[in-house]
Design a protein around this ligand. Structure first.
Ligand SMILES: Nc1ncnc2c1ncn2[C@@H]1O[C@H](COP(=O)(O)OP(=O)(O)OP(=O)(O)O)[C@@H](O)[C@H]1O
Length: 518
């Protein structure tokens, strides 16, 4: 399907690509890594002023395509590329009108918004190179005003919300450049809570109104249907096609990505247990955001934790796993093992595995291989005391890689060569490989594709059916609806509502999270 065959949906602010032409055109793009053909003869055209989604399963080549556009990787010979009709050497040069916000945002969190913008765009300087701070401040405010954010420009970004940081990264990318071009956003909402996603959409819509096209990578289907005009789907490094969003529904899109029928509204068939014994109790849990949470969970139960940013949702899993930091307080016990209560600051000794929300900094050890990352928690149980059995380690790694369908060149491949979603699968496998009785998950499917997501839901549901207690905190309502048997909704650090998950609709859950009247 060529760009000119597409009609952009009515009611959107962009023009049909046929009327506007392509601002970016790439043809015949391939990339081979040792042992992996990450992209194979891919073509893509971005129309002027459109929001163009790029979707595909983990490892389908989305990040590779973006890294080639950014000239981070070199391309295999044979590709051609044009920006605004001018040819450029893809993988070697980056045209002026092509800007990027990568997943890690590329910001220095110890510095303020003003300093971060100046580091990219340069400081306003006067005589003798002296920094003109007043001018610098005015320029920072001018840049950020375009995005309608109320941000303290002098405060370190560490204290800003995730969406504020994302906005600063977008502003930094667009600095010194108004109008035509393409802004590439690589999974900007991977771990943004629901309310902040809407704010980011507003920012993206403003960017488009300036006439800038957006190439938007995301695994979240609802975002694509809200925001995008067209979508290019990759599968196994090849382009499946480019489609008008208005002609698709989520099941059709999921099926294009995976290659066979997938139900994006999958709900795990987990039996609600009230007859089993309580396996985890926590009382008066407090922290940076938490203001006194008391909860209990039973064997075979999947307890969901929901809430807006700042409600303490994403802090709770860390505190329960003994990683809540110096502000954490409260008590926890695992009655299946002992009646003794433990201070949550020492809960680490209970060995509750945690799938952390930020796999880059907390989940994987970048210098280790796939196998080493996966077997890390299980080493004590492999072989005789003091003697690690290489054979047992290999078989553990093989078994879990297969079970979670980890796409890697092999167990000895560096973890950094895996796609983001496949790294997440390795982190999950590491936690499951120790056969825990209680498992705590924070954003378990961040950056994970729809097919794998459903596979992960099914594995967790099967383990719960066999007696595992699961606590799952997520900013993605889809995770909670697919998995949980019961959901605690946190507001302002306390449990504001408890919902039975059976029959719960997404709107009901969102209303509860936002604290609106039911
Ligand atoms: N530097 C590298 N060395 C070797 N293989 C790599 C490298 N970078 C990516 N790959 C491989 O290329 C393939 C495509 O990876 P890529 O990161 O582009 O996928 P993706 O679609 O962005 O996935 P995700 O949604 O999980 O982020 C994968 O098989 C990956 O393991």
């Amino acid at each position: 399907m060529s760009v000119s065959e597409n009609v952009v949906g009515a009611g959107r602010t962009s023009l049909a690509p046929a009327q506007t032409g392509a601002v970016l055109r790439v043809e015949g793009l391939s990339k081979t890594f040792p042992g992996t053909r990450a992209l194979d003869d891919v073509s893509i055209e971005i129309a002027r002023g459109e929001i163009h989604a790029l979707m595909g399963q983990n490892g389908s080549g989305k990040s590779t395509l973006i890294k080639l556009l950014a000239a981070y990787h070199s391309a295999d010979p044979g590709a051609t590329a044009e920006m605004d009709g001018a040819a450029f050497e893809i993988g070697k040069t980056v045209p002026h009108g092509l800007r990027f916000v990568h997943q890690d945002l590329g910001l220095i969190l110890e510095l303020s918004a003003q300093d971060n913008l100046a580091l990219r765009g340069g400081f306003a300087r006067g005589f003798g190179g002296r920094v003109l701070w007043r001018q610098q401040e005015a320029e920072t405010r001018r840049i950020l005003a375009a995005f309608d954010v109320d941000l303290d420009i002098h405060r370190p970004l560490a204290a800003a919300t995730p969406v504020e940081r994302t906005v600063v990264a977008i502003a930094a990318a667009l600095q010194g450049w108004d109008g035509d071009g393409v802004l590439v956003l690589d999974e900007p909402t991977a771990v943004l809570p629901h309310d902040e996603v809407q704010r980011l959409f507003d920012v993206v819509t403003q960017v488009r109104k300036r006439g800038t096209s957006v190439l938007y990578v995301s695994h979240r289907m609802d975002e694509i249907f809200t925001l995008a005009d067209r979508v290019t789907v990759l599968r196994g490094g090849r382009r499946v096609g480019t489609y008008d969003i208005d002609g698709l529904d989520s099941r059709a899109l999921a099926t294009l990505m995976v290659g066979n029928d997938v139900d994006p509204d999958f709900r795990a068939d987990v039996v609600v247990r009230t007859d089993t014994s309580v396996t985890l109790e926590a009382r008066d849990v407090r922290g940076k955001w938490l203001r006194g949470v008391t909860l209990e969970a039973r064997a075979g139960e999947i307890l969901g934790i929901a809430g807006l940013a700042g409600a303490g949702t994403l802090e709770l899993p860390y505190v329960l796993a003994g990683q809540g930091g110096p502000l954490a307080s409260g008590e926890i016990r695992l009655p299946g093992r002992s009646e003794q209560w433990h201070d949550v600051r020492h809960a680490g000794q209970l060995g509750i595995p945690l799938v952390p929300s930020d796999r880059q900094t907390e989940g994987v050890i970048a210098e280790f291989t796939v196998g080493e990352n996966l077997s890390l928690s299980s080493l004590r149980g492999l072989g005789r005391p003091g003697h690690l059995s290489g054979g047992q380690e290999r078989s553990l790694v093989e078994q879990w890689s297969e079970r979670l369908d980890v796409v890697a060149a092999g167990p000895s491949a560096p973890i950094s060569t895996l796609s983001g979603g496949n790294q997440q699968k390795v982190v999950l496998a590491r936690c499951l490989a120790i056969s825990p009785d209680v498992l705590v998950l924070c954003e378990p499917t961040a950056g994970v594709d729809i097919g794998t997501r459903v596979a992960i839901y099914q594995i967790i549901a099967d383990l719960a059916a066999a007696g595992l207690t699961v606590i799952v905190a997520s900013s993605d309502e889809g995770d909670l609806l697919a998995l949980a048997t019961r959901i605690l909704v946190l507001r302002h650090g306390v449990v504001a509502e408890e919902l039975a998950a059976a029959g719960l609709t997404k709107n009901e859950l969102i209303r509860a999270i936002e604290g609106a009247e039911q």
